[in-house]
Design a protein around this ligand. Structure first.
Ligand SMILES: [Zn+2]
Ligand SMILES: [Zn+2]
Length: 374
């Protein structure tokens, strides 16, 4: 598994361009005698293993993509692709699922069907949604679906699960603030979109604090501001971009409505026009109670009862595994990657997946399959 992981690490590929990765997975799975289907969501790969006569089935998912990031680890197996890096540990996720597939193919004790789902484009592009839309669970029926992500900051080999929402929904918005340009010394002859945009950025921070119940979680972040060319010209337009996060759909509606209302209200007060374009990206990742209980039990078998955090705090980050969990009940679990020191955090150019946890993750997949299809 370490050799696979390091080979994948050296050859990261960005969302929907995971061609070498896809071929590597298909070839390796076929070598175990696993039936392979390639091409779902472009570069997706599904391996299928059947045993016995039961019609029960389970899907296990790993993500495939790297990030558009320049690696700075200096490791001998560091990225050979400039500007691309496995900085989220998806190399490790693939290696763990391959290890489990090999063990289950050679010595698995289960009755039913297990699908090993390798999903492209987890980062930003929602490959999980595309796989579901292209008929993942029609072509590969599964009673339940499970995901596993390494988690820096959680001790190496420790599992974290929680029933209900584990990751937040994620939406994006663009605001075009249009005024009338003019001389920086004669603002009375212009309509200044810069001052209006500044007011909007501040006022957006009242949406969560004044419109969302204090016991619910939500975030509004303006992350991009563009406008103007020089010191002495009031520009025609300023563009704002940002993202919102929340767990409950009704909170999402309050936040989206809030962005529109505040933008329109501030625009009216300042005499500019505001055009708001907001788009849904990922829903919340919500674990089903029954499957989460199974995942916690299996994690305790692998890591010992002391090795499982059964009430992992939810994160306002987002995951496109959410689309699979909307289609089938299941559980998204976290596996500790060790201390989050020296930049060993997800999406950092100095991050590296911890090879020590490869056997732990693979054992989790094997035990989970043998439990669900036992
Ligand atoms: Zn990531
Ligand atoms: Zn990730």
């Amino acid at each position: 598994m370490t050799a696979w992981r390091r080979d994948l690490h050296a050859h990261p590929e960005i969302a929907f361009h995971e061609r070498r990765t896809s071929e590597f997975l298909a070839r390796t799975l076929a070598g175990f005698g696993v039936a392979v289907s390639s091409g779902l969501a472009g570069t997706g790969v599904v391996g299928t293993l059947r045993r016995g006569t039961s019609r029960r089935s389970v899907a296990l998912r790993a993500d495939m993509d790297g990030l558009p990031l320049q690696e700075t680890t200096g490791l001998p197996y560091g990225s050979q692709s400039p500007g691309a890096m496995h900085a989220c540990g998806h190399d490790g996720h693939m290696a763990m699922l391959l290890g489990a597939a090999r063990h289950l193919a050679e010595a698995g004790r289960f009755d039913g069907t297990v699908h090993f789902v390798f999903q492209p484009a987890e980062e930003n592009e929602g490959g999980g949604r595309v796989m579901v839309e292209e008929g993942l669970f029609d072509r590969f029926p599964a009673d339940a679906v499970f995901g596993l992500h390494n988690w820096p900051g959680l001790p190496a080999g420790r599992f974290g699960v929680r029933p209900g929402p584990v990751m937040a929904a994620f939406d994006v918005f663009d605001v075009a603030v249009r005024g009338r340009g003019g001389h920086g010394a004669m603002p009375h002859l212009a309509v200044d979109p810069v001052v209006a945009a500044a007011e909007m950025i501040s006022a957006f921070q009242t949406i969560v604090s004044r419109n969302v119940s204090p016991v619910e979680a939500a975030v509004v972040s303006v992350t991009q501001v563009q406008g103007g060319e020089t010191w002495n010209v009031i520009p025609e337009e300023v563009r704002l971009r940002g993202s919102t996060r929340y767990f409950l759909p009704e909170v999402g509606r309050v936040v989206e409505e809030g962005v529109r209302r505040v933008a329109a209200g501030v625009a009216s007060a300042f005499g500019v026009r505001a055009e708001v374009d907001s788009r849904r990206r990922y829903p919340a990742t919500v674990n089903a109670p029954a499957e989460t209980a199974i995942a916690a039990r299996v994690a305790a078998e692998v890591a010992g009862p002391e090795g499982v955090t059964a009430d992992l705090p939810p994160s306002l980050a987002s995951e496109d595994f959410a689309f699979m969990l909307q289609a089938r009940p299941g559980c998204y679990a976290c596996l500790g990657n060790g201390p989050a020191e020296e930049g060993r955090v997800l999406h950092c150019p100095r991050y590296d997946f911890n090879d020590e946890i490869l056997p732990v993750g693979a054992a989790y997949w094997v035990h989970l399959t043998e439990t669900v299809l036992g």
